[in-house]
Design a protein around this ligand. Sequence first.
Ligand SMILES: [Zn+2]
Length: 274
Amino acid sequence: MPCLPIPLPLQPGPWLPEIDAAWLRQHRSHGVTHLLQRWRAIARSARLQLTLLHETAGYPVYFLTSRRVSARPLYFSAGVHGDETGAVMGLLEWAERSTAWLRQADVILVPLFNPAGLALNTRGDANGADLNRCFDHPDHPHIQGWLRAMAPYQPRTAVCLHEDYDAQGLYAYELNRHPRHQLAHHCLELSDPILPRETRRNIEGRRARQGIIRVRRIPLFENLPEALVLYQNSTPRALTFETPSECCLTVRTRAQARLVQAICDEDATRPYDR
Ligand SMILES: [Zn+2]
């Protein structure tokens, strides 16, 4: 695989914390206990309600809702695959800088969907199951917990944060019932200065243009991923962002955080969506 271009200089700024000893101590991307502590601190500071969605290998799976959560909130998830730390760190570091916004927000966060996989640095869960092929399996205990927690909600926009070992740049899947209000292009444009987008025209067997795969029809197959089930059941738009796993973790984290912020900023301009 060719070396991934890393934009330079990596100067500290709003999307990149200063890399010093304190930051390095914080940057423990597979330390589940440490990451959960940081999420509990965010929940306290942002007054998020923390619900136990499931328990796996001794780790809790948290479902966080803002105080002002409505029936049609924003939705973000990360860490469905345990070996995709850029997504987990991106959402975490974004949330730590956004507690004031979160206090007023209408949002659901499932920030560490597969803690057992993260601890093991593996795609699957504690039993080796790929959870992102289980979202249409309501009898799977982990998915059962998620479906129960999600039952009152129909997110106005759902975002699933992922990473891809084969990717050579940032890319997105967009499922959108409103073609005039597409979001992926805008989000990737804002992330371009941090992490260039994927240039391949065929990604995972699908046609891609400028790093965007638009899924127009829900495929008739089983073992569906989270985004497809959300789109099928409730949300009018579901985006999946994928950063390249082989790229520097700092850059991936920064790009993921930028994407989350781009979605929140864009959402603020769409009052008709509520
Ligand atoms: Zn993934």
